[in-house]
Design a protein around this ligand. Structure first.
Ligand code: NAD
Length: 473
């Protein structure tokens, strides 16, 4: 059993009559630990500490902040196997992906460490020696709320840029996957971030966010999760005009053109689809395939989906682990049933595997009607939708039909078409002839209902800063 505590003002807190909740292993469905819930008093203590922590941390020089963040990244690398194992135990993904996610957190922190030395202002020179100096300042204490699908990376994205900017942070990782996020915060504190500036709490999500966002201490909220909860938190933030970064759901289209390398597209995108059992906000979901290559793409997709090895994430041969919760399985059952009732072809999968844990087959649907719920709601599971399309105009129109706009993918060898897609596809990230939409030095975020604000890249730091103009006569 691994129990998870709170980390408030540098102190480890648990017990003392605090509520707890079970943490489950999705491979077995059994409890493997307990997570401590913060009391209202704990949250108030965290808020007071965040106010103090902001004053202390913002006053450190960029060189010192960079050195501390670099040291934390080194600790995270040293602890990557341990943190990765906690991710797999609590969330289910294959251990290789879990360790890779942890290393990516270290890389992101290393990038941010460099970036905090590059927070420049500018000087506007006026006649007669007067001038305006534009400076950037950290916005204030930041509250972060992270989802369970990337137990480490979601947390690092909430706090890495904020700490680089000089903000203090309180993060609430998901109670379903608490250990990795807490371990990252601990590494930051071990490396020298003041305990008042890097804190970790758990509780009933709605109660914690209402309490923290209800306080004037918090000046920014950053959230990863569903669009519904994102809108709710954006409303709470608006009450006090706190700034917000919202990394919400997507429904990524994949535009496959007849002029592309179909085998490369298949090898890349099938692996991408079933990564983390499809529980990825940028997961490729609607495959819009030009008619002349539809059959070839469909048959190649099904063949590869059949070859995906599903099993316990701790097993080195596993390519796809269980879904993270019973909630995910229920959602798959309901969406696939609804798609079939709207005339979709079930080409492979469609069923839960066994009755222990939350395993589901890699699933392929084709010819799915726009009326089906799965064509409109993010499935967040291991299901691909393959639809034949008449050509470029129709494909772009379908790509942009939904209110979501996080990631989009395209496979084409035509340079003019690439330019058109870059201009017209409504998404925060567009991948052309590649499956990757994330890099530590590039902004990650969406448009429309997929949210606003960016994480990663220079934008991830600037999202935690506010400009101040100093006018000198
Ligand atoms: P959810 O939005 O209810 O929960 C996501 C995370 O937000 C969880 O960790 C939860 O603890 C937290 N949360 C929920 N309500 C909160 C509140 N009021 N205040 C603060 N935090 C809160 O989503 P879910 O039920 O876990 O998953 C359902 C759907 O959410 C998925 O199908 C998917 O569409 C979306 N989702 C998106 C992402 C993403 O990476 N963008 C991640 C997880 C879930």
């Amino acid at each position: 059993m691994t129990d998870t505590h709170l980390l408030i003002a540098g102190e480890t807190l648990s017990g003392d009559g605090r509520d707890t909740a079970d943490v489950l292993d999705p491979a077995t469905g059994e409890a493997i630990g307990q997570v401590t819930h913060a009391t209202t008093g704990d949250l108030d203590r965290a808020l007071e500490a965040a106010a103090r922590g902001f004053k202390a941390w913002r006053g450190t020089g960029a060189d010192q902040r960079a050195a501390i963040l670099t040291k934390a990244a080194a600790l995270i690398r040293e602890r990557a196997n341990e943190i990765g194992a906690a991710i797999t135990r609590e969330q289910g993904k294959p251990i290789k992906e879990a360790v890779g996610e942890t290393i990516y957190c270290a890389m992101l922190l290393e990038f941010y460490a460099g970036e905090c030395k590059r927070i420049y202002g500018r000087t506007l020179v006026r006649p007669a020696g007067s001038r305006v100096e534009v400076q950037y300042h950290p916005v204030g204490p930041v509250a972060g709320f992270a989802a369970w699908n990337f137990p480490a990376l979601n947390v690092m994205r909430k706090i890495g840029g904020a700490l680089a900017a000089g903000c203090s942070t309180i993060v609430k990782p998901s109670e379903e996957t608490p250990s990795a996020g807490l371990a990252l915060v601990q590494a930051l504190v071990d490396a020298g971030v003041p305990g008042d500036a890097a804190q970790c709490v758990f509780g009933v999500p709605d109660e914690v966010s209402r309490h923290l966002l209800g306080s004037p201490v918090i000046r920014k909220v950053t959230f990863t999760g569903s669009t519904a909860v994102g809108k709710h938190l954006a409303r709470l933030a608006a009450d006090d005009l706190k700034i917000a970064t919202m990394e919400l759901g997507g429904h990524a289209p994949v535009l496959v053109f007849a002029d592309s390398d179909i085998d490369k597209a298949l090898d890349t995108m099938v692996a991408n689809k079933y990564r983390n059992a499809g529980q990825v906000c940028v997961s490729p979901t609607r495959f819009l395939v030009e008619e002349p290559v539809f059959e070839k793409f469909r048959d190649g997709f099904v063949e590869r989906a059949k070859a995906v090895t599903v099993g316990n994430g701790m097993d080195k041969d596993t390519a796809m682990g269980p879904m993270a919760s019973a909630r995910g399985l229920e959602r798959m059952e309901s969406l696939i049933g609804d798609a079939k009732s709207h005339g979709a072809n079930l080409l492979f999968g469609g069923e839960r595997i066994g009755n222990q844990g939350f395993f589901h087959q890699p699933t392929v649907l084709s010819e799915v009607s726009q009326e089906a719920e799965i064509m409109n709601e993010e499935p967040f599971g291991p299901v691909a939708i393959l639809n034949p399309m008449a050509g470029e105009d129709a494909m772009i129109e379908e790509a942009n039909r939904l209110p979501y706009g996080l990631a989009a993918y395209a496979w084409t060898s035509d340079p003019a078409r690439r330019r058109r897609l870059a201009a017209e596809v409504e998404a925060g990230m567009l991948a052309i002839d590649t499956g990757g939409v994330s890099a530590v030095d590039a902004p990650f975020g969406g448009v429309k209902w997929s949210g606003y604000g960016s994480e990663d890249g220079r934008e991830g730091v600037m999202a935690c800063m506010v400009p101040k103009a100093i006018h000198e006569g």
